[in-house]
Design a protein around this ligand. Sequence first.
Ligand SMILES: C[S@@+](CC[C@H](N)C(=O)[O-])C[C@H]1O[C@@H](n2cnc3c(N)ncnc32)[C@H](O)[C@@H]1O
Length: 250
Amino acid sequence: MNTASSDQFNEYASIYEDMSQWPFRKYIEIPSVFQEIGDVDGLSILDFGCGTGMYARWLKQRGAGQVVGYDLTEGMLNYARRRAEKEDLDISFVSHLGPELIGQFDLVLGVYVLPYATTRPELQAMCADMVRLMRPGGRLLTLPIHPVYDPHPNYYEPYGFRLIAEDPENPYADGERVKLELCKNGEQGGVFAWYWSATSLERALEQAGLRSLKWRELSASAYPDANQAPKELHAYLQRPHSIIIEGVRG
Ligand SMILES: C[S@@+](CC[C@H](N)C(=O)[O-])C[C@H]1O[C@@H](n2cnc3c(N)ncnc32)[C@H](O)[C@@H]1O
């Protein structure tokens, strides 16, 4: 697979780790993902596109069995390994999907990784990789760009980032390149992502062997004290930039 889109993450480990505390992640995305996952006790879990390994660490701390983080970016993996070692968490972080991993996992989690498939064949290959890691009956949870994210470039600025469609006239065109610019606390930089329609995502996941697909909107109600969620997040919740897709390997 072409690794060009993951190369752009090499310098971003500490920023991505810091982003886990940004309000839209802390109060909305992360609790929504954990609510959807449910009990992880003893489950074997692969975190696909694990980045700095935040989800992998939290899953291990919540009682998961075998946890593996997979990513193509060495900068991210190095951070993930150091951090897990420091926290004495038994997680392996790999840059290659060896045969010993195939069909092993009760759950594959892929947070913000499908948007880095730059072409339809890459999207298909990424979905196939995710699904072949799962045991029959295993679950996938993945968060793509929301098929109807708000295409106004400044809409997400209060939440720390801008999503800028390369062709503003056609933000929902399949395979459209979208710039994700960070703009919180003077943060500079950004990466390119790729927009895939709901139809393309469903088709790629189903062709890969996923069944019973469900779409779950992100919600603030999953946060343990939902009343504490800042009011400024209301506009985010009306047009979240991501969504959860869940399915089962047939
Ligand atoms: C936006 S980051 C998300 C990281 C993490 N999942 C999180 O929630 O913080 C996307 C990650 O996907 C990785 N990535 C991109 N393409 C990939 C691929 N084909 N296979 C595995 N990882 C990939 C990048 O290296 C990067 O670390």
